[in-house]
Design a protein around this ligand. Structure first.
Ligand SMILES: C[S@@+](CC[C@H](N)C(=O)[O-])C[C@H]1O[C@@H](n2cnc3c(N)ncnc32)[C@H](O)[C@@H]1O
Length: 364
């Protein structure tokens, strides 16, 4: 891996799963925004850490995946799709140019219908300026900020994206980076969290609480930047380090589509994911038969904290605050009913319209 490592590098297992999520999401995002009933005249897909577009084994990198998603899902005459790619390693910049030319030997769209910029520089110094030069603002932008997990992303850019029409970000985070370098980073690290030094208290926490603290601080930073809906999840390879992706959007539909993409990820890659808020950190490997234990715990906690609730509200909570889908809620509540830990207030079966409450002193 760069800085000094070779380019391109091996595709790690969690990279495959991450790419699968990007692909499934972008195959929804491009057509909704460029060809849907409320389509925009143009959109921009932007990367602040684009990489070379290819891996050592020939696997596609995220820039190629994004372009293929556009080409496969949107007629070439529909709207304008801009692509902005920034990387601070000249080798990645050169290889990305070469890779895109090979992947698309014939330009899939005209220059005017698909402007592409590949820029050498850091995300901090070049991404916002590149979006300015491309006149991307005022139309939807999807920003993929896939650093090595240290997220050197200007907060000002996040705020500007959050304020821009129908714009979204997905950020890669390795909390371990911040845990390990907390004393070296000091105030310099605060910029990643929007200037808030709270993340530095990670140094005083027990090991099991450290990653979650960093993730919570980053979520808070993204929310403060102006993204009202966040979805974060942990990709866990059978071997190697887990990776967090944090998605920020202004629209519930964005959360729903990202979650659909997440649950469709190809399981054969051996990468599971888990809800970072689950106290017992249970991994959801077999998604065909989802492990609903973590959701049962999260719903129990929610009912304990906020009191009786309508199942419909628990479905909204599940959509917006967990990695699960609303369709999982009733199945996750059933074991509580079976153990007498949950009751339907007006009696009868558990339905979407039911109002439910925990039995006193529920210990599930
Ligand atoms: C995780 S890789 C990107 C992989 C790519 N998004 C993909 O999925 O195919 C991170 C890239 O960020 C670049 N990079 C590291 N620090 C950077 C910075 N501060 N600004 C811009 N690029 C940076 C590296 O050269 C590397 O190519």
């Amino acid at each position: 891996m760069p800085v000094n490592g070779e380019v391109p590098w091996e595709c790690a297992p969690h990279t495959g799963a991450k790419h699968d999520i990007y692909q499934r999401y972008l195959e929804r995002w491009f057509p909704i925004l460029l060809a849907g009933s409320n389509a925009y005249p143009s959109v921009t897909y932007a990367e602040g850490f684009s990489g070379p577009g290819i891996y050592k084994g020939g696997e596609d990198g995220s820039p190629v995946i994004a372009m293929r998603a556009l080409v496969s899902k949107v007629p070439r005459t529909k709207g304008i799709a801009r692509f902005a790619f920034v990387d601070d390693d000249q080798r990645c910049v050169d290889m990305l140019r070469e890779t895109l030319t090979k992947a698309f030997p014939e330009r899939p769209r005209t220059d005017a219908a698909m402007p592409v910029k590949i820029v050498k520089g850091t995300c901090v110094t070049r991404l916002e300026a590149t979006l300015d030069e491309m006149r991307a603002w005022g139309q939807p932008i999807f920003a993929n900020l896939d650093s090595w997990g240290n997220a050197p992303v200007p907060y000002r850019l996040l705020r500007r994206l959050a304020a821009n029409v129908s714009s979204e970000v997905i950020v890669t985070l390795f909390p371990q980076h911040f845990v390990r370098f907390v004393s070296d980073l000091g105030e310099a690290g605060d910029a990643v969290f929007g200037g808030d030094p709270t993340w530095r208290t990670v140094a005083d926490l027990p090991p099991a609480a450290k990653s979650r603290h960093i993730l919570t601080c980053y979520r808070q930073a993204l929310r403060a930047a102006g993204f009202p809906y966040l979805l974060d999840f942990e990709l866990i390879p059978r071997k190697g380090q887990p990776l967090y992706l944090i998605f920020g959007t202004g629209h519930r539909l964005g959360v729903q589509k990202m979650k659909d993409s997440l649950w469709e990820v190809d399981r054969t890659q051996g990468v599971g994911f888990r809800d970072p808020r689950d106290e017992q950190a249970e991994t959801l490997f077999d998604i065909d038969e989802p492990q609903l234990g973590p959701l049962t715990r999260l719903l129990t906690q929610r009912l304990r904290d906020s009191g009786p609730a309508r199942v419909e509200d628990l479905r909204q909570f599940t959509l917006l605050e967990t990695v699960y889908r609303p369709e999982h809620v009733i199945r996750a509540l059933k074991p509580l009913m079976a153990h007498g830990a949950l009751s339907v207030e007006s009696g009868g079966a558990l339905r979407r319209t039911s109002r439910v409450s925990l039995a006193p002193a529920s210990a599930v």
